[in-house]
Design a protein around this ligand. Structure first.
Ligand code: SF4
Ligand code: SF4
Length: 217
């Protein structure tokens, strides 16, 4: 998502890689679920999130879109995000005890919080969003452990590829090159190809993603 902010104001001014130690450990989020409330449509999902959620919950993408997810436009592209419930602005997956009911399958944005990613010159780095998590006595942890995702190199490669895949279309939309029926067609194709076509449990996500991406080359 394209944002206009000053990194110096929202972070400690440093950029980190996945092997770096960062002070974000929040001791199991004791009695806190602040970042599972009031997030609007900012928790945008990528194809790996759909893979994890659909297979983890045994639900189809359509079933999730009828309940926990919704579609919104992100810089001109229609993408799914976690839906906040109207009555209390809580994520659909937050249970009554204040715990994430999909912890093992939670989306990538939830996994990295309160870290953010910044993309520069065909790579990305992490930064700490210093105003986001108010937990006291934070502990140091390696980013790759905090993210709690297997095959971190493959995951990094996917994150990067997905970012620039979307950015290419978002820039065309911004420039007015991609519009009208063609814009609609690209949106439908992205949704169908990466989100609505079910993923197979017996093949790794990365192989399935690679196969789908080749359809766009
Ligand atoms: S705001 Fe921090 S402590 Fe609270 S739930 Fe989120 S990560 Fe945990
Ligand atoms: S998926 Fe889990 S961690 Fe993410 S916002 Fe919802 S309840 Fe919180």
């Amino acid at each position: 998502m394209e944002r206009n902010w000053d990194l110096a104001k929202v972070s400690d001014g440093k950029l980190y890689e996945s092997n770096d130690l960062v002070k974000v450990g929040c001791n199991g989020c004791k009695d806190c679920s602040a970042c599972c409330h009031g997030m609007g449509n900012s928790i945008v999902l990528d194809p790996f999130d759909l893979y994890r959620l659909t297979l983890g919950l045994g639900k189809t993408p359509e079933e999730l879109l009828d309940s926990a997810l919704e579609l919104n436009t992100v810089d001109g592209l229609v993408l799914p995000n976690l839906k906040m419930q109207e009555e209390n602005e809580a994520c659909f997956f937050l249970n009554e005890e204040g715990w994430c009911s999909v912890h093992s399958y939670r989306p990538g944005i939830c996994r990295i919080f309160p870290l953010g990613r910044i993309y520069q010159k065909d790579q990305f780095r992490y930064f700490i969003q210093i105003h986001e998590c108010k937990a006291a006595h934070k502990t140091k942890i390696k980013i790759k452990n905090w993210i709690d995702t297997n095959d971190i190199e493959k995951n990094d490669a996917f994150i990067l590829d997905w970012h620039y895949f979307l950015k290419n279309y978002q820039e065309q939309i911004k420039a007015g090159i991609l519009k009208g029926a063609e814009w609609k067609q690209v949106n439908l194709r992205i949704l169908q190809c990466f989100y609505l076509t079910p993923y197979d449990r017996d093949t790794t996500f990365y192989l399935q993603y690679e196969k789908r991406r080749k359809l766009w080359l």
